[in-house]
Design a protein around this ligand. Structure first.
Ligand SMILES: [Zn+2]
Length: 277
């Protein structure tokens, strides 16, 4: 159904002869304008004229891509469904208003006809013409509006039916857009969570590294302190040994003094004893 409605919309803007462009543009992806021209068997300028007419009504969107070799831009086009259906709704509203006005006018006013010439006049004009046809001199007859009013009412009913279909399509398109928005939001949220987790992991890694560093520093300090302690102990030992040495030296000195003294006394006795001989 939506395909037929899109065709009706496009025909309304670019005319019946350009109807085939409707199906070509009714695509999920944007379509290359050169491909459109080729398929429509018209020139690129004629194709662009059609596209600009549709674009002026906001019924199509375009994207452009740069040709890296030639350096120029190629445009790609597609129907904007929601805009198109809303446009058609506007058209149907207008038609409904016109028909309602016609019916009201037929019901309120009297019309006169010349049945021979098949010409119709409003009451004030018929009065001005003295209810006589300018062309053939025939006397006007009062127009029976009932047939016309019935036709207009039938027309109104069919427009109303189409309007319902268009409203369904509009709702479908809005639902689609809403779904896309929700999907996008979800994606964005997931992406944000992922980034947050990644950042937290990085922060934790940094903290762990710093902890390790601090721990390493502590052990190094401990080792240094231990070494210092050992050095001090060695120094103390050396001092102790030096003291011991001193004491020993003193003892030795004392001993040797004593020995000298005793040997001297021994000599004396020996001398004395020899003198006796
Ligand atoms: Zn006439």
């Amino acid at each position: 159904m939506s395909k037929e409605l899109i065709r009706e919309i496009v025909v309304n803007v670019v005319g019946k002869q350009a109807e085939p462009i409707a199906d070509l543009l009714n695509s999920k992806k944007h379509v290359n304008e050169f491909n459109l021209a080729k398929k429509l068997e018209i020139t690129i300028n004629q194709t662009r004229n059609l596209l600009y007419k549709l674009s002026d009504q906001g019924l199509v969107s375009s994207i452009r891509k740069k040709d890296k070799k030639k350096g120029w831009y190629t445009y790609f086009w597609k129907i904007e469904n929601l805009k198109a259906f809303e446009f058609l709704k506007g058209l149907l509203d207008q038609r409904t208003n016109q028909i309602n006005a016609q019916i009201a006018s037929r019901e309120k006013n009297q019309f006169y006809v010349c049945e021979r010439c098949n010409l119709e006049y409003k009451e004030e004009n018929a009065l001005f013409m003295d209810f006589t046809c300018d062309e053939c001199g025939e006397i006007f007859k009062v127009k029976d509006n009932s047939k016309l009013v019935r036709a207009l009412q039938r027309n109104l009913k069919s427009i109303d039916g189409e309007m319902k279909l268009v409203e369904i399509e509009i709702q479908k398109e809005r639902d689609k857009i809403e779904k896309q928005r929700i999907r996008k939001d979800k994606k964005e949220k997931a992406e944000k969570t992922r980034i947050r987790k990644e950042k937290a992991a990085i922060r934790k890694a940094i903290r762990d590294k710093e902890k390790k560093k601090a721990g390493f520093k502590k052990t190094v300090k401990k080792k240094v302190a231990k070494k210092k302690g050992k050095k001090k102990a060695v120094k103390r030992k050396v001092k102790k040994l030096a003291k011991k040495k001193k004491v020993v030296k003193k003892v030795i000195k004392k001993k040797s003094k004593r020995q000298k003294a005793s040997s001297n006394t021994l000599k004396g006795t020996r001398v004395r004893s020899s003198g006796r001989k």
